[in-house]
Design a protein around this ligand. Sequence first.
Ligand SMILES: NC(=O)NCCC[C@H](N)C(=O)O
Length: 395
Amino acid sequence: MDSEVGALRTVVLHRPGPELERLTPRNADRLLFDGIPWVERAQIEHDAFADLLRAEGVRVLLLGDVLRESLAAAPDAREAGIEAAVDERALGRELAAAVFTELASLDDDAVADALVGGRTFAELGVTGHSLVRAMAGPHDFAVDPLPNLMFTRDSSVRVGPRVVASSMGMPARRREASLVALAQRHHPELGVVIPTAPRDPSAVEGGDVLLLAPGVLAIGVGERTSPAGAESFARAMFADGLAHTVLAVPITQRRATMHLDTVATMVDVDTMVIYPGVLEGLEAWTVRPEGPSGLRITGPEPFRPAAARAMGIDTLRAVDTGLESVAAEREQWDDGNNTLAVAPGRVVAYERNTTTNARLEAAGIEVLTIAGFELGSGRGGPRCLSCPWERAPVE
Ligand SMILES: NC(=O)NCCC[C@H](N)C(=O)O
């Protein structure tokens, strides 16, 4: 796995499930959703996405199956998953112990459901002398649900022969990374991939990491990935010999641009789709290894020439998403720039972003479309919804 565009062979998706049924207008902001999705329709849309990928010859692994298979294969994974889900800081020691005991009494499938879908106090039936329990409403969560799990892009990053567990920037998503890492690690097939050495806990989310070309990574630095996170990721890549250059790319810290892949994604070996609102202003700091553990840092300078130089190409072509700024802004919000390449010059995109898709096609990119009315309510497109596990090397 050394690019964003090599023919996609294996991908990890998560079919959304009961965790989405937990969203209400009161908790949606905290759980990072902009609307309340219609769950059955989200599943239909997701199934169509998975089927399209299968029709493209991609092997689709579903995280729910991966998790269940891992829990069955490794008894210690069960305990580790439950332990990570029980937040002693929120529950207090005594109630945390009671919640742990309840979860531990469930069978493997029910544990997997609880770790993803969360559990309320009422559902778990935990009682006892706890102020937290006494003051909690029946629908308050003893274990938070993970409605963003379907955005498998963000919780781990596959680079070359390795996988990097993310360190999520947002509290609502923190547990995803450890759950996904646990599911991968204990899975009979995925577990053959070696994790990178543990990094420091600074924030990096996978939506910020773009494999521009073999050995060249761009890492967005903004709402989800901190400068420290980008640095520790770069150091891990250099230490493992997986990159020679990392471009740290500042992006505005707001919801519309939460990750680098919300404004720019690779659609061919030398081409990106880029939101025109950032096209001219996008900059990069170039980070390279120097000496046994040092870094050489230069910049900032305009992103595209810096990227082209690192990639060893004359020009990084940009397809911008419309000259008309209102249409471009609307489609950026609806993840028009968030494409998933299944092969060089062949991408999956949301059908609603008609201006962006027409411009991609005019630039010679084949666009395969999926519906994203409900999937999009969490603010993520085809790239966010996928964690590529294996791609063919690019020329
Ligand atoms: N790479 C991405 O842009 N992922 C989309 C994540 C959406 C999710 N609701 C979040 O706010 O984290």
